[in-house]
Design a protein around this ligand. Structure first.
Ligand SMILES: O=C(O)CCC(=O)C(=O)O
Ligand SMILES: [Fe+2]
Length: 317
């Protein structure tokens, strides 16, 4: 059967009849069989445009200025990451992209920060270079994080759990928002680099609002398909951690970012990786294990799974 990406109606789940709720859950689970689903976003279009405007100003700065916002010991979990650093697992060539990452700041003495300092670095945003950027990017982060929680409630229901199964797990987690600039391919240092080589994300789910240009492709039924988030909607893809928890029932959504043929085109995107707390033991849910689906994965701590991937993608040098 050909699988397709469906649009899931969050309000029908939250305010609809039992029958409507069941239809939403069913549609979401069918769609996530591809690793992807689309949903309406509460992100005001004006906020997204304001964020892209400020990010454009940041990425247009001199390379030496941008590098002042790099935090070497943060492994790409906050601040600026230069081009040609992140490398998809198993790939030889690094991606042709530069990034700014940020998360919700936790207090110094928060027990999760004390225990997992690598995953909770002191947040650094380029406020001095682009005044006002912190407020815009933090509002963006909060709005999308709340949207991801709403999607997770439907996923939890689809997995046969209480709809709040993920709510505590994502509280104070190192959920990360990432702005990416993909420079024109004509400026790449060698042939063979991609904007972002094929990969699955490590986290639970990732939200991808509209970008400034095409390029995102998703792997469905053995082929690469262009994916463009329509105005007012976000694409959500499932990550490796959700695949593990669901015992493979929800596969990881494989994707890549391929530059269109115009060699002088650049692209900006902002995506958010929704994480569980690093102390979470990610283990297949008993609901998802039966005779025809034997337990595929052992339990692993979320922090270990994340650090292993940060090492493999060359963020943890
Ligand atoms: O830029 C995009 O549209 C996707 C980015 C992405 O897949 C990632 O950073 O993991
Ligand atoms: Fe990704």
């Amino acid at each position: 059967m050909k699988q397709t990406i469906l649009d899931v109606d969050l309000l029908a789940f939250e305010q609809g009849t039992r029958f409507q709720q069941a239809a939403v859950v069913d549609g979401l689970m069918r769609s996530l069989g591809t690793g992807f689903v689309v949903t309406t976003s509460d992100l005001p279009s004006a906020l997204l445009d304001e964020a892209y405007g400020m990010l454009n100003r940041f990425f247009a700065l001199e390379a030496t200025t941008k590098r002042q916002f790099n935090v070497p010991e943060a492994f790409g979990q906050t601040g600026y990451t230069d081009t040609l650093v992140e490398t998809a697992a198993g790939e030889k060539l690094p991606d042709w992209k530069e990034m700014l990452n940020w998360a919700f700041p936790l207090p110094d003495n928060h027990p999760l920060r004390q225990r997992f300092p690598t995953l909770y670095p002191e947040q650094l945003l380029p406020e001095v270079a682009v005044p006002g950027i912190t407020r815009v990017l933090q509002t963006f982060h909060q709005t999308i994080a709340e949207l991801q929680c709403r999607v997770l409630r439907i996923i939890a229901t689809g997995l046969g759990c209480h709809n709040d199964f993920f709510t505590d797990l994502v509280q104070d987690a190192p959920t990360l928002t990432r702005a990416i600039r993909y420079p024109p391919m004509s400026e790449a240092p060698a042939a063979g680099h991609m904007w972002a080589a094929a990969h699955g994300d490590i986290n639970l789910i990732t939200a991808l609002p509209r970008a400034t240009a095409p390029g995102l492709q998703v792997y469905i039924d053995g082929s690469w398909v262009d994916a463009i988030a329509p105005e007012g909607q976000v694409i959500v893809n499932s990550g490796l951690m959700l695949e593990r928890i669901s015992n493979g029932l929800i596969p990881t959504g494989w994707h890549r970012v391929l530059a269109p043929s115009q060699a002088n085109l650049e692209r900006l995107s902002v995506v958010q990786f929704c994480h569980p707390k690093p102390s979470t033991l990610l283990t297949p849910l008993s609901n998802c294990v039966n005779e025809s689906h034997p337990q595929r994965f052992a339990g692993v701590m979320a922090a270990d799974a994340l650090e292993e991937v940060l090492y493999k993608i060359k963020l943890m040098a």
